[in-house]
Design a protein around this ligand. Structure first.
Ligand code: MCN
Ligand code: CUN
Length: 801
């Protein structure tokens, strides 16, 4: 390269795949060729197959289990029951929320689909047949399908296994200033109220959960292939539950076909496959089927939300109070920071400048599969933001103030950061009003209002819904966030080879988010090594540095930050190597992307690749050879992305059917590492938001039968049903405490999206006096609301007899 001495020789960052490059996802090369390596692709010599017998009843005492017919089937190697698990102290296991969960039921079954027995056989078909040959004698018990029933004074105690548990309450939790909130309500001109139910929803990844346990008696080592978003947590849990030494456990999460939170909890199937492999000294594979997944694995939401807002006539929000009743199913098995019982529900209204607030929460056991926290949400932020935006719209309507204007006047101002919210968070940065303005401009807000008025005169119902969200992403800091006492931080390791190529490993675990692409981009940004020269590896606890895994969109905020910090340590060492190569002192060295140079003669330089070679072949006296480093990153705060979603709909009053006319999304997630991947994340999240708002329905009848345990009943939108989305990326507020200014994005659209759709339908219903229709906003619910001019609740039915 011939350049003049004054001209920069820095590499073009976008060309080498650095920050801001919409580099194609490197992992897709194998995925689109069908060459991914999922747990079900793992085939080991001598491998056996496990199937689970699940309870048909939601609540029943187990009188007896007869496995003799199953044992007699040729090809059956082992039949596991709770009684056998109990002899090894494995009938119950700890959950990630300091509760216990039955691995295989011993005393009672507590939800439909609960694991009762396992069969390990030569193939999955024999195992399944043998499961059907097991005879279980159940004595049915009264069933509880919602918190109202669970809290009734004469309700049967579901968790009678727990010493001292006399009712179905899991916890009471509160935060905020009750007395101050009461005083603020006394000052209010107007008090707005809202009550709604955020229904159960299910992540439903393409790949179900599964595991292959391979215990080798000769080496005493357990290799455990598993569909986990957090392999290191699984290793810790297996060490705890199975009492195996941690260094003898190798957990490998290979390719994962979508996680969405479903693959965070520890499932009974994992534990049973491990015990079976230890007992049989052969590899044991368990692959869950779709119904098993839909009926028994980590659900989300199912929370009853109730709140009030104290308002001044001019539109100022003075205070809010909120109460939530969460249906946790039979076991409190959520994975969440232990200090916060209802997740991060107290992030509600964090984008609004509210002086004082109070939140109470109660968890209730019911005869349903354990759930509550998973599905594209940073620990219940989804429910918090949904309630926030439904409440804000109701308050604006009550005051007769324009919904956009009401939001704008109450937003935390751009110069008011860091901002302490009334429920204790410290939000870091944002340009809320600007995002809103971009959204309103894009949707043509003023025009729409005119169109809406004209349409109403013609008997057509048009509606416009706005939703905003700010989400605390990137737990910890470790001062406040831990899971089972393990502090939440993350890590990255970079090894630069002598040719200047590199490998990055982190404690996170991609499930489709594209880490193999984006972590390399961070290295390219920090070191000037082209992203194509950097390979990324995650998910093997024997090789990856410790980390808490990928959920709550924590990877970029935490593991991504660790990648940048590890790269900076490498750069610091490379600088010393450059000084040595250029025969000047380190103080005389400058850095530009990909190259160190001598300040006084910029044409004299050493590329990062030359420094790498020197680390193996020509290091200064006294310097350790090699160019590798690890960084453990404990974030100072969560990152706080912000978004505005605006939807317009047309409702047919004759049928209640509603169609989305347009949807505009303005997301500010700080610096975008890979704009294309960020857009993919937003589109995926908006699709899920649309599904939850419009069609997805997994509920339970009065007898506790799960309705929605198959894809005829539980609907997934295809490209045909999904509306088009218009994405805007012009607002960028770099995160002030993240090394590259990035904030999380993985869940924002699923978190903020649902309220935009519901608000749009509610806006269309405008003058009917209907205040709420619970999700999913099915046409019959809309029709009912319009026809009878009443709210339509989505509460599960309660038996009347
Ligand atoms: N990214 C970026 N610039 C930013 C922020 C993120 O380029 N400013 C990129 C990241 O580098 C990463 C992706 O976007 O490649 C998502 O990053 P992040 O927001 O850090 O989220 P995580 O990687 O921690 O992913 C978790 C999040 C969660 S919790 C759920 S649930 C969810 C989601 O990701 N599950 C998914 N998106 C998913 N996408 C797919 N395809 N599959 C899943 O299971
Ligand atoms: Cu809550 S679903 Mo994501 O955090 O794995």
């Amino acid at each position: 390269m011939t350049t003049s001495t004054t001209e920069s020789r820095a590499l073009d960052e976008v060309k080498i795949g650095g920050l801001g490059s919409s580099r194609k996802r490197v992992e897709d090369d194998r995925f689109i060729r069908g060459k991914g390596n999922y747990v079900d692709d793992v085939v080991l010599p001598g491998m056996l197959h496990m199937e689970i017998l699940r309870s048909p009843l939601p609540h029943a005492r187990i009188k007896s289990i007869d496995t003799s017919r199953a044992w007699a089937i040729p090809g059956v190697h082992l039949v596991l029951t709770g009684e056998m698990m109990a002899t090894r102290n494995l009938a119950w296991m700890p959950t990630l929320s300091y509760d216990t969960q039955a691995v295989l039921a011993t005393d009672k079954v507590r939800f439909q689909g609960q694991e009762v027995a396992c069969v390990i056989a030569d193939d999955p078909y024999i195992a399944k047949d043998a499961c059907e040959a097991i005879e279980v004698d159940y004595e049915p018990l009264p069933v509880i399908v919602n918190p109202v029933q669970g809290l009734a004074p004469d309700a049967p105690v579901i968790r009678d296994d727990k010493v001292g548990q006399a009712d179905n309450v899991v916890y009471h939790w509160e935060v905020g200033d009750q007395a101050g909130t009461d005083r603020a309500f006394e000052q209010a001109d107007v008090i707005s109220t809202l009550e709604c139910h955020y229904p159960r929803s299910h992540p439903s990844p393409i790949e179900c959960c599964g595991s292959v346990a391979d215990f080798n008696r000769a080496t005493s080592k357990l290799t455990f292939y598993v569909t986990s978003q957090a392999p290191h947590i699984v290793r810790a849990a297996v060490a705890m539950v199975a009492e195996l030494p941690e260094q003898m456990i190798r957990v490998i999460s290979p390719d994962i076909g979508g996680g969405f939170g479903n693959k965070v909890p520890i499932y009974p199937g994992y534990v049973c496959s491990i015990l079976a492999s230890i007992l049989l000294e052969r590899p044991v594979k368990w692959i869950e089927d779709k119904t098993g997944n839909l009926i028994s694995t980590g659900f989300a939401r199912d929370v009853y939300l109730k709140g009030e807002m104290a308002l001044r006539r001019d539109g100022k929000i003075l205070a809010f109070r909120m109460h939530t009743d969460a249906d946790h199913g039979a076991f409190f098995a959520d994975a969440q920071p232990s200090k916060f019982k209802i997740g991060l529900m107290h992030s509600a209204f964090a984008a609004y400048d509210v002086p004082v607030a109070h939140l109470t929460a109660r968890g209730v056991y019911t005869n349903k599969a354990p759930g509550g926290v998973a599905y594209r949400c940073s620990f219940r932020v989804t429910e918090a933001m949904f309630f926030q935006e439904r409440m804000v719209q109701a308050a604006a309507d009550d005051l007769g103030i324009d919904q956009a204007e009401f939001r704008r006047m109450n937003f935390v101002a751009d110069d008011d950061f860091p901002h302490r919210t009334p429920l204790g968070f410290l939000t870091d940065s944002g340009q809320y009003a600007k995002c809103l303005d971009v959204g309103l401009q894009a949707i043509g807000y003023e025009n729409f209002k005119a169109e809406q008025a004209q349409a109403r005169q013609r008997g057509k119902l048009l509606g416009l819904g706005i939703s905003t969200m700010t989400e605390p992403l990137g737990a910890g800091n470790s001062r406040e966030y831990d899971i089972l006492g393990i502090k939440m931080f993350d890590s990255a390791e970079i090894k630069v080879h002598m040719s200047g190529k590199a490998i990055v490993r982190t404690g996170a675990k991609t499930q489709g988010q594209g880490h193999e692409t984006t972590w390399a981009q961070i290295v390219a940004h920090e070191l000037g090594i082209p992203a194509d020269d950097v390979v990324v590896e995650e998910g093997d606890t024997d090789t990856a540095p410790f980390g808490m895994g990928t959920y709550a969109s924590r990877s970029t905020p935490v593991a991504g930050a660790a990648v940048a910090m590890a790269a900076r340590k490498i750069r610091a060492k490379a600088r010393k190597l450059a000084a040595h190569l250029l025969e000047v002192s380190e103080e005389d060295i400058e850095w530009e992307l990909g190259r160190f140079y001598v300040r006084s003669s910029p044409q004299r330089g050493a590329s990062i690749q030359e420094c790498a070679m020197a680390a193996y072949s020509n290091m200064p006296d006294g310097m350790e050879p090699g160019l590798e480093n690890t960084s453990f990153y404990d974030p100072p705060n969560l990152t706080w992305p912000f978004a505005v979603y605006i939807v317009t709909v047309e409702v047919d009053p004759e049928t209640g059917v509603w169609d989305v006319l347009r949807m505009v999304a303005v997301d500010d997630c700080g610096v975008r590492i890979n704009p294309m991947i960020v857009e993919g994340q937003i589109m995926g999240g908006l699709t899920e938001a649309y599904a939850m708002a419009s069609m997805q329905f997994i509920t339970f009848d009065a007898d506790g039968n799960c309705v929605g345990s198959n894809y005829m009943d539980y609907l997934l939108p295809t490209a045909w049903e999904t509306p088009g989305f218009e994405l805007h990326s012009e607002v960028v507020t770099p995160c002030p405490h993240h090394p590259i200014g990035a904030k999380g994005i993985g869940e924002c659209a699923a978190v903020g999206g649902p309220a935009a759709f519901v608000n749009a339908v509610m806006d269309a219903l405008g003058e009917t006096g209907v205040r709420n229709i619970d999700m999913p906003v099915l046409p019959d619910r809309v029709w009912e609301a319009l026809t009878y001019r009443r709210d339509v609740s989505g509460h599960p039915p309660v038996r009347q007899d």
